[in-house]
Write a protein that binds this ligand. Structure first.
Ligand SMILES: Nc1nc2c(ncn2[C@@H]2O[C@H](COP(=O)(O)OP(=O)(O)OP(=O)(O)O)[C@@H](O)[C@H]2O)c(=O)[nH]1
Length: 347
C-alpha cells in the first residue's frame, strides 16, 4: 500500500472521481476480507486507501504480510486507536466552550460588581446630601438621582440574571455532550455492551467497591465462530454476536457488568453472585443460546445451531481485575478443551 498523494492542480471533478475510486476499492477490500460494511470498518479501510493515516496503513500491511486474517475486532481496535482521536478533538472543543462560557460569566460578574459599587457610592453620597439639605428642590434632585442609580443597578442585575440563565443552559448542554462522548468511547457499537476501554473503567470501579471479595467473573466465547463466518458470511456472524450479547444482557442480574472485549468474546462481572449462583446464570445463558434459532432474512436459510463455552472464577481478595479475568479465562480454556458448549468453574 502506498500513499497516493493529492495532485495540487486537481480539479473538484478529479477529486470526486478519486473519491469514487477509493470508495470502490474500500467496498472491494471489505468484501475480500469478509468484513461487513459498517461505518467503523468503512472508515478504517477508507483511511487505509486514502493513505492519510500512516499508522493504519502500517498496521494493516503488517498484519497481511504476516499472513494473518484481518478481522472485525482488529479493525475496531484501529478505529479506536487512530480515528476515535476525532472524538477526542471534539472533547477538546467542548473544553474550550467551557472556557468561553466561564470567561463570559466572569465578565458579567465584573460588570455587575462594578455596577453595585457605583450604586453604593451614589447611595452614600446622596444620603449624605439629604442630611445636609432642607431645600425641597434639592431634595427632589437627590431623590431623582437615587432613583436613576437604583434603575441602573436593577438593569445591571437583569443582564447578570440573563447571563446566568444562558450559562446554566449551556452548562447543561455541555454536560450532556460530555456524557455522550464518554459513553461512546466506552461502548462497542455492534452490541451496545461496554468495550475493552469500558471494561477497564467499569470493572475496576465495581471491584474497587467489592471490599469483601464477593464478585465473580464470567468469560464467554462463541464456539467455532470462524465456521459461522465461513459458512454464512460476516454479516450473519455479526448477527450471531449481537444475539449472544442480547441473551447475556437479558439473563444477568441488575448491577452486573457485561462487556464485549474481543471479536466473539464476552466477559461479565457479577458483583454479588456466589460461584453457585454464577454457575446457574451461566448454565441458563448457555442453554438459551443453544436453543436460539436464526433465519437469514434474504433467503430464509436457517442458520445452524451455535453454542458458547463459559469459564467462571470467584474472586479472592488477592485478585485484581487482571488476575480474576485470567483465572476465568483459564476455566474457559478448559471448557473449550473439554468439548465446548459447557460451563467450567476455576478451582
Ligand atoms: N463476523 C465477525 N467476525 C469476527 C469479528 N471479530 C472477530 N471475528 C472472527 O471471529 C473468528 C474467531 O475465530 P477463532 O478465534 O479461530 O475461534 P473459533 O472459531 O470461535 O473457535 P473456538 O473459539 O476454538 O471455538 C475469526 O474468524 C475472526 O475473523 C466481528 O466483529 N464480526
Amino acid at each position: 500500500m502506498t500513499t497516493s498523494d493529492m495532485d495540487s492542480s486537481a480539479t473538484p471533478m478529479d477529486a470526486a472521481v478519486r473519491e469514487d475510486d477509493v470508495a470502490f476499492r474500500v467496498i472491494d477490500f471489505l468484501f475480500v476480507h469478509r468484513l461487513s460494511t459498517t461505518p467503523v470498518h468503512y472508515a478504517v479501510v477508507h483511511a487505509y486507501f486514502d493513505g492519510k493515516h500512516q499508522e493504519i496503513c502500517a498496521a494493516i500491511d503488517g498484519l497481511l504480510a504476516a499472513g494473518k486474517p484481518l478481522d472485525a475486532f482488529f479493525v475496531g481496535e484501529l478505529y479506536e486507536e487512530y480515528l476515535a482521536a476525532e472524538a477526542i478533538r471534539r472533547f477538546r472543543g467542548v473544553g474550550s466552550d467551557v472556557e468561553r462560557l466561564l470567561e463570559g460569566l466572569m465578565d458579567s460578574l465584573r460588570t455587575a460588581d462594578q455596577g453595585s459599587s457605583e450604586y453604593q457610592a451614589s447611595l452614600r453620597e446622596n444620603i449624605g446630601k439629604v442630611g445636609q439639605s432642607s431645600d425641597a428642590l434639592h431634595l427632589k434632585q437627590v431623590a431623582q438621582s437615587l432613583l436613576e442609580s437604583a434603575i441602573k443597578a436593577s438593569e445591571t442585575n437583569d443582564v447578570l440574571k440573563k447571563s446566568l440563565e444562558t450559562a446554566d443552559q449551556e452548562a447543561r448542554q455541555l454536560r450532556s455532550e460530555l456524557e455522550k462522548h464518554r459513553r461512546e468511547t466506552m461502548t462497542d457499537p455492534l452490541t451496545g455492551l461496554l468495550n475493552r476501554r469500558g471494561m477497564e473503567v467499569e470493572m475496576s470501579r465495581v471491584l474497587g467497591e467489592d471490599v469483601e471479595g464477593k464478585a465473580t467473573m464470567m468469560v464467554l466465547d462463541i464456539d467455532h465462530f470462524k465456521r459461522i463466518n465461513d459458512t454464512y458470511g460476516h454479516a450473519v456472524g455479526d448477527v450471531v454476536i449481537r444475539k449472544v450479547a442480547q441473551t447475556v444482557k437479558r439473563l444477568i442480574p441488575a448491577g452486573a457488568v457485561p462487556v464485549r472485549y474481543g471479536g466473539e468474546e464476552f466477559a461479565v462481572l457479577l458483583p454479588r453472585s456466589s460461584a453457585d449462583e454464577a454457575r446457574g446464570i451461566a448454565e441458563t445463558i448457555r442453554d438459551t443460546v443453544e436453543k436460539l434459532r436464526l433465519i437469514r432474512r434474504h433467503d430464509k436459510m436457517a442458520i445452524s445451531q451455535f453454542t458458547i463455552s463459559i469459564g467462571i472464577a470467584k474472586r479472592s481478595l488477592r485478585d485484581d481485575m487482571e488476575t480474576l479475568f485470567q483465572r476465568a479465562d483459564k476455566a474457559l480454556y478448559e471448557a473449550k478443551s473439554g468439548g465446548r458448549n459447557r460451563v467450567m468453574l476455576a478451582v
